[in-house]
Design a protein around this ligand. Structure first.
Ligand code: A3P
Length: 296
């Protein structure tokens, strides 16, 4: 493991931990990361996967409530069941059914996932909103993240896959490949942030069916309501991540916040990134707008 520092375009220092050639936040412990492949899973473990700031807390809450069968706030922070954060012996103390979660790539998951075929929920969000949300997270948590650059300089790091947790494009491609090739017959449900926002009850029903629970419409609707952004931002106040005594998980919870911050040039740069890197991606199609340079 090595602490790496580099400068962004504006000269601001950006730091990350290099573990096995991958980029991690500074708070991560190497022994936990190295042990993840060996972590013993249980058959009924569900694993929430997704790039940071894609809506993984929301999905954790929806999944947990569905499993419990009640629309009651889950009195725990998602981080307490995070593979990269918690020692295996502490994960062992979490009672079943566990909702484990991670920002890791598929091949870095516990090896048991192949034999046990645990259900995986992959959370996907418009990468422009992810970038904006991630920037705010970095800045709200300057001490923890070790970065104090501008939005424009951060965006370049994001686009080049140089932020902590690495490249958004590579993350999505990685899971899409597993889905497409039906690798290990893995059971993966993709939940798009925007769909859950637009049609929360429908998304909760889909999730319920995927989990094999078939909860009734009324419960799905109550869970969707209970996990609405405004409710969660209040209900989870004791079970969130704080920096300077301020919650840094629940910020705005909207679709399209990127339009408030991207310049036209930044938007075009992003279009080009997606058009070039993700042209073959079915999952990302919905987020690609034709680069203006190609527009007639
Ligand atoms: P914003 O910063 O755009 O508001 P993650 O949980 O993967 O870290 O993602 C955090 C993002 O999801 C933040 O986005 C946060 O506000 C948003 N979020 C958290 N709970 C939500 C909810 N119940 N509904 C909608 N968005 C939510």
């Amino acid at each position: 493991m090595a602490l790496r520092t580099e400068h962004d375009k504006g000269g601001n220092l950006h730091k990350y931990l290099d573990i096995g050639g991958k980029r991690f936040p500074l708070v991560i412990k190497e022994d936990i990361i190295r042990n993840i492949p060996n972590v013993k899973l249980r058959e009924d473990d569900v694993i929430i996967c997704g790039y940071p700031r894609s809506g993984t807390h929301w999905t954790f809450e929806l999944t947990s409530m569905l499993l419990i069968g009640r629309d009651e706030t889950v009195p725990v922070w998602k981080g307490k069941a995070m593979l990269s954060q918690v020692k295996e012996r502490d994960l062992d103390l979490v009672s079943s059914p566990r909702v484990l979660n991670t920002h890791l790539f598929y091949e870095d998951l516990p090896r048991d996932v192949i034999t046990l075929r645990n259900k995986i929920v992959y959370v996907l969000r418009d990468p422009r909103d992810v970038a904006v949300s991630f920037y705010h997270f970095y800045i709200a948590n300057k001490a923890g993240m070790g970065y104090d650059g501008t939005w424009g300089d951060f965006l370049e790091l994001f686009i080049n896959g140089k932020v902590q947790w690495g490249s958004w494009c590579e993350h999505v491609k990685n899971f899409e490949e597993v889905i497409k090739t039906k690798r290990h017959d893995q059971q993966i449900l993709v939940m798009n942030y925007e769909d859950t926002k637009q049609n929360p009850t429908e998304s909760v029903k889909r999730l319920s069916d995927f989990l094999g629970l078939s909860r009734n419409d009324e419960l799905c609707s109550r869970i969707a309501e209970k996990c609405g952004f405004k409710n969660m931002a209040v209900d989870k106040l004791n079970y969130t991540l704080l920096s300077d005594n301020r919650d840094i998980i629940y910020r705005k919870g909207v679709v399209g916040d990127w339009k408030n911050i991207f310049t036209v040039a930044q938007s075009e740069m992003f279009d080009r990134l997606l058009a070039h890197n993700m042209a073959d991606s079915e999952l990302v199609k919905r987020y690609i707008t034709e680069p203006s340079s190609l527009r007639v």
